[in-house]
Design a protein around this ligand. Structure first.
Ligand SMILES: NC(=O)c1ccc[n+]([C@@H]2O[C@H](COP(=O)([O-])OP(=O)(O)OC[C@H]3O[C@@H](n4cnc5c(N)ncnc54)[C@H](O)[C@@H]3O)[C@@H](O)[C@H]2O)c1
Length: 299
């Protein structure tokens, strides 16, 4: 590894398993000081054993605990918001409690962590800029996914939140991006497959085959792919994907290879004085285009 995160500190929610853990592991390999947080102490124990990173039990829905964690951590260079939950069902199945739970965990937690950590990143506040990475999904505003009503609603909100923060703070040294994966092999996916099998009377293999069948690339994603999309570089690296290395030909999603994921990086757009809002409309950063292309399978 090239130690591109040497000297950087990253704070990650829901790092106990799945994509959050894969990002924590990738960042540790790149030399970062990682503060892995999760609601589960047992899962964090495994992460610490595997990586030697710092860890802290944190419920991403607990506003006071988030503020306290930010105060304790001090300024960080990278904030990763990985906490999220997938409800199954249509609008007719969604209860008020489901809606509140989903928005509280998937969206409000990101609002709270950003509000707590952003001041420490802002250059004029004595910070060194930073990078905020929010886990969204291809299910949401990129695609409507069947039986993912409230989940898709929250992930669409995450994309809006991400763009709003990016527009407000990119000129002050803080980038805010979203990763939009399709279905990724993770412990919670196995739970969803089991629940769906029980509800439908299908076998686990049948339900898994149905998940795979709706992925244009014909296979489930891997947590490390999402970790590659997280930008482990300086706050000013150009907006290109993938962040650490190109996937091998076997690993590349079909849509990505067809569209040319190995295109040369483009230079970052020059920012107008006074901020993004005062300049002419800018092209969509290549990074977002690439993530949309990469995320062209269904969660
Ligand atoms: N797995 C996928 O197919 C997929 C696809 C697209 C997006 N995502 C998103 O990626 C993120 C991670 O998903 P995953 O499937 O890799 O992980 P996962 O669902 O397997 O694990 C979730 C982690 O979150 C932790 N957690 C649960 N509630 C918490 C809370 N209140 N506070 C802090 N931590 C809490 C759990 O202990 C667990 O470690 C989520 O935001 C998810 O919506 C996942």
């Amino acid at each position: 590894m090239s130690q591109r995160l040497q000297g950087k500190t990253a704070f990650i929610t829901a790092a106990g398993q799945g994509i959050g853990r894969a990002i924590a592991e990738a960042f540790v390999r790149e030399g970062a000081t990682v503060i892995a947080t999760d609601i589960s102490a047992a899962l964090l124990h495994g992460v610490v054993e595997a990586t030697g990173c710092r860890a802290q039990v944190l419920d991403a829905t607990d506003a006071a605990a988030i503020r306290a964690a930010a105060a304790q951590a001090g300024p960080v260079n990278v904030l990763v918001n990985a906490a999220g939950y997938v409800h199954a069902g249509t609008v007719l199945d969604c209860t008020e409690a489901d809606w509140d739970f989903a928005f509280n965990l998937n969206v409000r937690s990101q609002f709270r962590t950003i509000q707590a950590f952003l001041p420490g990143m802002l250059a004029e506040n004595g910070g060194h800029g930073g990078s905020i990475i929010n886990l969204a999904s291809v299910a949401g505003s990129l695609k409507g996914a069947p039986n993912r009503f409230v989940y898709g609603s929250t992930k669409a909100a995450v994309i809006g939140l991400t763009k709003a923060v990016a527009a407000d703070f990119i000129t002050r040294g803080v980038r805010c991006n979203a990763i939009c994966p399709g279905t990724v092999e993770s412990p919670s996916l196995r739970d969803r497959i089991a629940a769906q099998a029980q509800a439908s009377g299908q076998t686990l293999a049948q339900v898994e085959a149905a998940f795979i069948a709706r992925q244009p690339m014909g296979r489930l994603g891997r947590t490390r792919w999402a970790a590659w999309a997280a930008p482990p570089r300086s706050p000013h690296w150009p907006c290109t994907w993938p962040a650490t290395r190109a996937p091998s030909r076997q690993e590349q999603p079909r849509s990505s290879t067809a569209a040319g994921a190995t295109d040369p990086p483009e230079a970052p757009a020059a920012l107008p004085p006074g901020g993004a809002a005062s300049g002419p409309a800018k092209p969509v950063p290549r990074r977002l285009l690439d993530l949309q292309r990469y995320g062209s399978f269904v969660d």
